[in-house]
Ligand binder design. Structure first.
Ligand SMILES: *Cc1c(COP(=O)(O)O)cnc(C)c1O
Length: 425
């Protein structure tokens, strides 16, 4: 049984075999030089200390080699994206041929829909979760409009039941049973950004495929957080960003998954560029287009190496730790966080994230009854970096690579102190 004491939290850190990884990250500090308690790795992951050296390497090679860096750099730029593929595939549980790092997240979502959202007069609707991340909702609405459909009529929302916040698979099944033959695409956030609910990707894929729908996931809140097992899920495609749990810096590139079953299908329509073309003949320039097999065949441009260097720096850490050890620790850390929060009492806070550790990642979304943003401001003043979502939810994501048991203890201790000091009526 857990204990709500600082000594107990510190002991858990001593027992934790990943605790030293915290030293590999820059932890932001307050004005007095004290480390902040950083709980927003779900929004922008912290910088690994080695990132600078990885980027400097490319700056040096660029300075010394100019254009020859494409072939002569220590990590030649021409095939640079390939250096990320294996580690990225491991992080999301995919085969290397299924994964590529390119573009940004919402852009990739559109590129995937170009290939996989093929509406017809009868089958054109898209299912998303009702509280999907805004960018995803805007993206699918604009795809509907782009194909000449009404974005209200064409969008089906998978909603929570009255007085509930989490989504139930039975309800998705009901939607599909009723309207499955009108649905072209099921596009769900693999881990919901707001509630932290981690969906059973395999189950959703099966449901969708049973009704001949294409199934895709936005795994922005899943990559580097949970073992996504994208290949086994059977999903047709998935996209994610690398600046949240994957710690690759603001606005960094996105990952993209296309299931192996589509790898050699040259008939799949897509938007193309020279980077989707056969590598052997890419520079002959005057050939007929010859698409690359696998996810690489969706690339358009030669990629930004400086961003990729930051991704490589981060993936090398993930690769060393492995997703199994990472998620094992994550479950312990978030479990302890949950235990501490529950001590505050149900009439004060309610955790809306699923209780089942298999149905969530590290994030807990804490609903504070009758609270407003003042509470969040006070937390920030106290050195706790969390994320506030209107009307009354604090999202906190203790990440297993750089957050400690002591962090979660101190966070809940402060929260308790602040809750006692303000009147919630
Ligand atoms: C973070 C996030 C985005 C952001 O998209 P960008 O194109 O990287 O700006 C989109 N969708 C989801 C689900 C996210 O969590």
């Amino acid at each position: 049984m857990h204990k709500s004491t600082l000594d107990y939290a510190k002991l858990q850190d001593e027992l934790d075999e990943l605790s030293n990884y915290r030293n590999q990250f820059h932890i932001p500090k307050n004005k007095n030089g004290n480390e902040l308690i950083y709980m927003t790795g779900n929004s922008l992951g912290l910088q690994p200390k080695q990132t600078k050296a990885y980027i400097n390497q490319e700056l040096e090679d660029w300075a010394n080699l100019g254009v020859d860096g494409h072939t002569e750099a220590k990590n030649p730029w021409l095939p640079y994206h390939e250096f990320l593929t294996k580690s990225m595939a491991n992080v999301v549980g995919a085969k290397p041929i299924e994964v590529v790092t390119m573009n940004t997240l919402t852009a990739n979502l559109h590129f995937m829909m170009v290939s996989f959202y093929k509406p017809t007069k009868k089958r054109y609707k898209i299912i998303i979760e009702s509280d999907a991340f805004p960018s995803d909702k805007y993206a699918v609405e604009s795809q509907l409009r782009h194909h000449g459909f009404d974005d209200k009529e064409g969008l089906i929302l998978w909603k929570p039941r009255k007085n509930e916040t989490l989504l139930r698979y039975e309800d998705l099944e009901t939607i599909l049973k009723k309207q499955g033959n009108e649905v072209a695409l099921v596009m769900i956030g693999g881990v919901n950004y707001y509630t932290g609910q981690y969906f059973d990707l395999k189950r959703i894929t099966k449901l969708g495929h049973n009704h001949d729908c294409i199934v895709g996931f936005d795994c922005a809140h899943g990559a580097g957080n949970v073992a996504l097992n994208l290949h086994d899920s059977g999903a047709d495609f998935a996209v994610w960003c690398t600046y949240k749990y994957l710690n690759s810096g603001p606005g960094s590139l996105s990952g993209c998954f296309v299931h192996e079953r589509h790898a050699y299908n040259k008939d799949l329509n897509r938007f193309t560029g020279w980077w989707s073309h056969n590598k052997q003949t890419r520079f002959n320039m005057r050939h007929e287009f010859d698409v690359l097999p696998g996810a690489e065949g969706w690339q358009l441009s030669n990629p930004p190496i400086l961003s990729m260097a930051a991704i490589k720096a981060s993936l090398d850490i993930f690769n060393e730790v492995g997703i199994k050890k990472l998620t094992d620790k994550s479950k312990k850390l978030t479990g302890y966080f949950e235990f501490l929060l529950n001590q505050l009492g149900e009439d004060t806070i309610k955790i809306i994230t699923p209780k089942n550790p298999e149905a969530r990642g590290c994030q807990l979304s804490i609903q504070v009854l009758n609270a407003d943003k003042t509470l969040h401001d006070k937390l920030t003043e106290a050195g706790i970096i969390s994320d506030w979502r209107e009307p009354d939810v604090i999202r906190c994501a203790p990440t297993p690579l750089y957050n400690s048991f002591e962090d979660v203890y101190r966070m809940v201790d402060k929260l308790k102190e602040i809750l006692n000091s303000i009147d919630l009526v």
